[in-house]
Write a protein that binds this ligand. Sequence first.
Ligand SMILES: O=C[C@H](O)[C@H](O)COP(=O)(O)O
Ligand SMILES: C=C(OP(=O)(O)O)C(=O)O
Length: 361
Amino acid sequence: MTKQNHPTTAGSGGAGRAHPVSSPAEVRSELPLTASTARVVRAGRTAARAVLAGRDDRLLAVVGPCSIHDVEAGLSYAESLAGVAAALADDLVVVMRVYVEKPRTSAGWTGLLPDPGLDGGFDLDRGVRAARSLMLQVAGRGLPVATEWLSPSAPAYLADVVSWGAIGARTVESQVHRQLASGLPMPVGMKNGSTGSVKVALDAMRFASRPQAYLTPGQDGRVVALRTSGNPDCHVVLRGGADRPNYHPEHVESTVEQLAAAGLPTGVVIDASHGNCGKDHVRQARVAAEIADQVAGGCTDIRGVMLESFLVPGRQDLDGQAEPVFGQSVTDACMGWDATVRSLHDLATAVRGRRKATVAA
Ligand SMILES: O=C[C@H](O)[C@H](O)COP(=O)(O)O
Ligand SMILES: C=C(OP(=O)(O)O)C(=O)O
């Protein structure tokens, strides 16, 4: 890390202290993308694009922990998921959630990248390495990586390893995040807003599909004006609202109508978690089964499903006292491994049913 030329206090008159962080180029040269990992990233993007556009009749399954706080547990999960993904590859394109930045409703741990020590130490120089290294190791196991893009600087460190991105419910109305999406080299899912508005996701898709320009760190760490070409692969993700779900057939139909009326791509991804399961991890399996029923019934508008899943069901608080449970979420409660495998098999079976239904129609 080059320490000279970095101010130790914020220079803008704002409060706080500036801490030097390695440039994206430094981190990327320490943790390079190998040729074989680059192939996994590319194949994941290509498959996701084809599925979302309806050129490939499989379903995109974005599956994994709400957040990864323990790299060993994340990799153990990746190891198991890679096996299931390979077994179901004829029907599902499985992409693993490797969420390293967490948007919080009010307070809480903000993720491995900003706070790798989980202690409010905010060692971002370590965090960018931890995040990149984790993503490289997941992709190195043959699993394409999915993440939520939260800090506008993170893509300079990580985007080359990611095959699918999300703009979350709390940031989908933010111009910065829409600009970011317009320049990302991967399909990006726009979540409906946290209160349930689908319109804001459609607005975000429209904005991000066009060329934009914004300030961002370049590879050498100096700020550059990035001119984007617009992202043609943005799509909506239905994740439910504050007090009601939006995964039922009438919600899918109404979303597709709004997308078509706006001249936007009509493929829809549904998140079985968040507002769609009322944050009840046990209910996620039921929601996934109901989505599978719609797919098996011949609904071709549903192109993908998201699941929040980890090795152990539920969630835990890390209070520094108790022995942490290996493979259990410290943010949203997740479905456990066995339920995840059952849901993925149900979804794969539904895809086979949809193939038959569409051939017969
Ligand atoms: O998916 C993750 C959470 O829903 C999101 O980060 C908000 O979490 P919070 O409401 O616990 O802050
Ligand atoms: C924060 C997340 O989702 P949402 O933006 O839908 O709340 C998430 O998937 O981790």
